[in-house]
Design a protein around this ligand. Structure first.
Ligand code: LLP
Length: 412
């Protein structure tokens, strides 16, 4: 999906230069509204941690997840605190599988509840901060994802406390007088809907096995979005109803009300964003026609990392219709894998696109999640700018990094 008009993108490209991230606030608000049935929506900010988007989330009553000290600082900068909201949900929760020393100090200083993915974390936190609020992230023994790299369950995943260690985790909670908030499960990203019943059943089973009172359960994130034309959109009401049934069963088993959290990243922001690039060269290489744009995998890593598909459209500089041509879209990096049209395993694919000419703009769709947040400085390319469109208004929410800023880190 591309929420923007061609004219707007042309004018933003002209004002701010390319490559450029452009996000649409209305799309984010709509995606939040889709999930309003859940008691708590906790945004997994790893998908996009720009503080301006976090502020937008906060205005909509969304709380946040943080997975590093940096993400805790981002949440604080956006006005979040760890204090509970009206539903009793903490504004920030820290989720990880280990606690480094500096992060341990940060969660203690800001009293951020910790969603623990290992028993060692519970001992380290308990020794430093007895009585701290904790969640237990459980690996139920299976997982799913849009790629092996985004499957976070089962015995090949480093994530979560293995389900048979639930007893050891509860013992650590008790030993240190930690305050158990709830159980959490996130079995992967881009999860096929058909697995949902299995996940809900695993959560009910875990709660019964734990046999302790809980304020809340978390369904994790993982909701997919339609990256390809014609792909069905997830039925969020059905998604909620399955989780709500699990919550009711858990509450009736425990004999007290239980809050239901959801922790989406991609679902809230992916469709709001595009990566705007300029075509700078084209060439025929054997049977392949390469269209070379000024963004690379240092900006949007998903195709190179997962063989992920992103829709594309071309804004012809002359406004004229173009014939369709099978094209491979590639970036400027000095690496063969710097191709936006590829399949898993790095197979270069060509795609039917309007024939591109130098000076055209290429719009890469559904890039609002795991786009900017996964960018790097590879090939010493500065991070690119981000713009937020809100109705008739638009504003720069991150300026372009400079090469001088990169070099400054090395002035030691
Ligand atoms: N909760 C936890 C504990 C997670 O690890 C993640 C994602 C989420 C929530 C949010 O998942 P989502 O709703 O966005 O699927 N870079 C990959 C995705 C990696 C996700 C890592 N954890 C991609 O671009 O597809």
């Amino acid at each position: 999906m591309n929420p923007f008009s061609d004219d707007l993108l042309r004018s933003l490209g002209h004002s701010y230069g390319t490559p450029l991230w452009v996000y649409d606030a209305a799309t984010i608000r709509q995606r939040i509204a889709d999930l309003k049935s859940f008691d708590t929506i906790r945004f997994a900010q790893k998908a996009n941690s720009n503080t301006h988007l976090l502020r937008l989330m906060r205005e909509q009553g969304v709380v946040v997840d943080a997975v590093s000290r940096g993400e805790i600082e981002r949440a604080l900068a956006a006005g979040y605190t760890a204090a509970p909201n009206a539903q009793g949900a903490s504004g920030i929760v820290f989720t990880a599988d280990l606690l480094d020393a500096a992060t341990l100090e940060s969660v203690v200083q800001h009293q951020v509840p910790v969603n623990a993915g290992s028993v060692d974390m519970l001992h380290q936190l308990g020794a430093r901060s007895p009585g701290h609020k904790v969640w237990l992230r459980i690996n139920p023994g299976f997982g799913h994802g849009h790629s092996n790299k985004t499957n976070t369950g089962g015995e090949h995943s480093k994530h979560g406390i293995w389900h048979t260690d639930l007893g050891a985790a509860l013992a650590a909670v008790q030993q240190h007088g930690l305050q158990l908030v709830g159980l959490h499960m996130h079995i992967g990203s881009g999860v096929d809907y058909s697995h949902l019943q299995q996940v809900c059943a695993a959560m009910v089973d875990l709660v019964k096995r734990a046999g302790v009172p809980l304020e809340a359960i978390s369904a994790g994130g993982g909701l997919s979005i339609p990256y390809r034309d014609g792909e069905a959109r997830i039925d969020t009401q059905h998604y909620f109803s399955l989780w709500d049934a699990a919550r009711r069963e858990v509450a009736s088993h425990l004999g007290h009300p239980v809050q239901l959290e959801l922790e989406p990243g991609r679902y809230l922001v992916a469709e709001s964003g595009v990566l705007l690039t300029e075509v700078r060269a084209s060439k025929d290489v054997g049977h392949n026609h390469f269209v070379m744009v000024d963004a690379g995998f240092s900006d949007l890593m998903r195709p190179s990392m997962y063989g992920a598909y992103h829709g594309m459209s071309l804004l012809a500089a002359d406004g004229q219709p173009r014939a369709i041509r099978q094209s491979v879209v590639a970036g400027p990096l000095c690496e063969s894998g710097d191709v936006f049209t590829q399949g898993e395993g790095g197979v270069v694919l060509s795609r039917a696109l309007p024939q591109a000419q130098v000076g055209d703009l290429l719009v890469i769709h559904d890039a609002g999640a795991y786009g900017a947040s996964m960018s790097s400085n590879y090939n010493s390319r500065p991070l690119i700018a981000e713009v937020l469109v809100d109705g008739e208004q638009h504003r720069l929410i991150r300026r372009r990094q400079t090469v001088a800023e990169l070099l400054a880190l090395e002035a030691v």
